[in-house]
Design a protein around this ligand. Sequence first.
Ligand SMILES: C[S@@+](CC[C@H](N)C(=O)[O-])C[C@H]1O[C@@H](n2cnc3c(N)ncnc32)[C@H](O)[C@@H]1O
Length: 231
Amino acid sequence: MYKKNHIVEFEKYAKNYDLFAKVQKRVAQELIKEIDFKPLRILDIGCGTGEIYKNIPWKVEKFIGVDCSKNMCQLHPLSTNTEVICDDFESEDFKKRVLHLAPFDLVISSSALQWAKELEQTLKFYSKLSDRVAFAIFTSGTFKTIYKISERKSFLPSFDLIQTLAKIYKNSNLYKRSYKIEFEDTLSMLRHIKYSGTSGGSELLSYGNTKHLIESYPYKYLEFEVAFLLN
Ligand SMILES: C[S@@+](CC[C@H](N)C(=O)[O-])C[C@H]1O[C@@H](n2cnc3c(N)ncnc32)[C@H](O)[C@@H]1O
């Protein structure tokens, strides 16, 4: 399988993910709280180490998670009604396979769809598998000051783009939430970005840029922005 840069990061830092993914954990919990029914057949796109599965308070009949990082998949809890498929959610092979497993009562995804190479096509495809979706997608307001200081453009989709794409759903409810996590110093802040796999596999944390950020970053917190899309 072709390894995208960020997947290499998730493979490398899988064991640390649960320790460092504070915002992602909060986002997954908040996303589940938004679901106003009890879906029995669920597909989780980019399931990682199982943050969605671990937080579902009702009994499900079938839970299928897909994630292309083998190390993340291995840390996902399993049970008789759970299946974790290690694959790329954008690959044609996986799409064919999952079409046979549809329909689902809910397609959910937390902190993963921002990695889609083709977000529009991906949303269109997964909208065919269920009438109900719950997506939390990190948007370009995340680390906005870091990107500004580094004079780099965020790889994350903008909230405006997601607003445009949300039109494929008939009754969608879309809003954004901002989060801040406080740190003792800039170095631990940058370490957090590295271990939670949120640097986008880019040069954001190259040696030179890290040095520059340590000297210039004005805050003791990191900024995150997440779009919640429900249908
Ligand atoms: C930030 S983690 C979120 C994991 C989990 N949903 C959570 O809320 O903690 C993003 C996950 O998406 C997975 N991922 C990213 N792009 C993917 C792709 N194209 N296909 C499958 N999984 C992907 C990564 O391997 C990683 O486990």
